[in-house]
Design a protein around this ligand. Structure first.
Ligand SMILES: [Zn+2]
Length: 186
C-alpha cells in the first residue's frame, strides 16, 4: 500500500489554500478542517505564562496573567514548569472546539459538560487557562489559592481561573462539571 506522492501534494495544496481563504477561521468549508493559528488563541507547545507575545497569553486578563507568572516562579522553585496549554481563545476557535466535542460526544448537551460556547466560555473572555503537565496542574490545585488561582470544575483538573478572594478565604467549592456552573446557562 503506497500513497502516490502526487495526491499527497494535491492535498497539501488544498489545505494551504483553505487556510489562506478562511478569514476568521470560518468552518464553512465542508470536509476541510480550518487550520487553527496562534492568532486565534492556539497555544504553541511549551507556552508559559511569560510568553506574552503569544495571543493565548497576551489577551488574558492582566491580573490572571500576573498571578500565573507568580505561581510559575514559585512552582519552578519546586522543580516544576507550569505550561499554558490553552488560554485566551477567539470565538471562532471556541466554536470549533465545541463542534469537535459535539462530534465526539454525540450531542450538544453532552458536549456542554466539557466545552463551553463562544458566548459563555471564560477562555474567550480571557479569564481562564488550561495548565499542564499533570504534575504542575496538581501543584497549582494544591497551592494556587495563595495566588488567587482556583480550579473551578471537578472534571477539569487542568482549568484554572482567578478568584482573588481565595488568597484569604481559600478557593470556592468546585462544580462537578460546567453544566453546574450558572455562567454556562447563557
Ligand atoms: Zn479550560
Amino acid at each position: 500500500m503506497r500513497h502516490p506522492p502526487s495526491s499527497l501534494a494535491v492535498l497539501v495544496v488544498v489545505m494551504l489554500g483553505a487556510a489562506a481563504c478562511a478569514p476568521g477561521g470560518s468552518a464553512a468549508t465542508p470536509g476541510i478542517r480550518p487550520v487553527s493559528t496562534a492568532e486565534q488563541g492556539e497555544a504553541p507547545d511549551g507556552t508559559t505564562a511569560f510568553d506574552d507575545s503569544v495571543p493565548a497569553v497576551a489577551r488574558l486578563d492582566p491580573a490572571l496573567r500576573e498571578a500565573l507568572q507568580a505561581a510559575s516562579t514559585r512552582a519552578a522553585e519546586d522543580g516544576l514548569t507550569l505550561r499554558i496549554n490553552s488560554g485566551w481563545r477567539s470565538p471562532e476557535y471556541q466554536e470549533r472546539l465545541l463542534q469537535d466535542a459535539v462530534a465526539k460526544y454525540g450531542s450538544r448537551e453532552e458536549a456542554a459538560r466539557w466545552v463551553a460556547t463562544p458566548e459563555t466560555s471564560a477562555h474567550v473572555s480571557g479569564d481562564a487557562v488550561d495548565v499542564g503537565p499533570w504534575d504542575a496542574a496538581y501543584w497549582l490545585d494544591r497551592y494556587g489559592d495563595a495566588f488567587g488561582l482556583c480550579r473551578i470544575y471537578v472534571n477539569e483538573p487542568w482549568h484554572f481561573e482567578l478568584r482573588p478572594e481565595a488568597v484569604t478565604d481559600g478557593c470556592p467549592q468546585q462544580y462537578l462539571d460546567p453544566t453546574e456552573d450558572p455562567r454556562m446557562q447563557g
